[in-house]
Design a protein around this ligand. Sequence first.
Ligand SMILES: [Zn+2]
Ligand SMILES: [Zn+2]
Length: 248
Amino acid sequence: MQVTVLGCNAAFPRAGGACSGFLVDGGGAKVWIDAGNGTFANMQRVASWRELDAMIITHGHADHISDVLPLMYAMGLDDNPRDEPLPVHAPAEAEQRLRALLGGGRSSELFNKVFAFQPLGGDFSVKGLSVRPFRTEHPIDSYGVRLSADGRDVVYTSDTAFFPDLPDACAEADLLIAEATYVGEVSADGGVHMWARETGRLARDAKVKRLVLTHIWATFDPKQAEAEARESYDGPIEAATEGNVYTV
Ligand SMILES: [Zn+2]
Ligand SMILES: [Zn+2]
């Protein structure tokens, strides 16, 4: 299984960066997970939208859904369109927020034509890639996902505060892509995101084989996030950067 980082910042991107997104290639399927602003441009460096088998949107926050709309125009006005709409697995709230942005008219017709939205929650497969969503601790309906193919597991936490069942959801993953929004003693509301030290403890307790930090606040130093996660976890750690490819 291969995971390409399309974007790794929280809320807003640093100069030249992008918000959350990953392209997963596994079990013969190409699946785009989260479409933060800037991710569509980066995805086209490695794949065409025509090659996508499915999309997963973990929740309806803008830094995870923004680039669904440019994808809609690319697909809807394509000279060489796909035969079937693209399956998009997403919480209902994410779909509603995207529809509200469109405001009806021709764009809404395109939206209905190119996408087949399906509620995210239960297990499903895309070709040989198995997807197991789990609910996270975040202010709106939000999910992480465990992706399995060819005997390998990748877990992406998406946005979440730490919660007691999280290590189980991430247990023994070959690759854990976990959010580490904050570093140091930064103060922020609880119940929304994790600090890098919490992410390190999560990786340790879940006994994962490799940790990639993502959803890093654009003004924080990713090297600091790595160092703080390393205080608890002694496996390989790396902060995500657009274009990085992880093979498990
Ligand atoms: Zn986010
Ligand atoms: Zn969020």
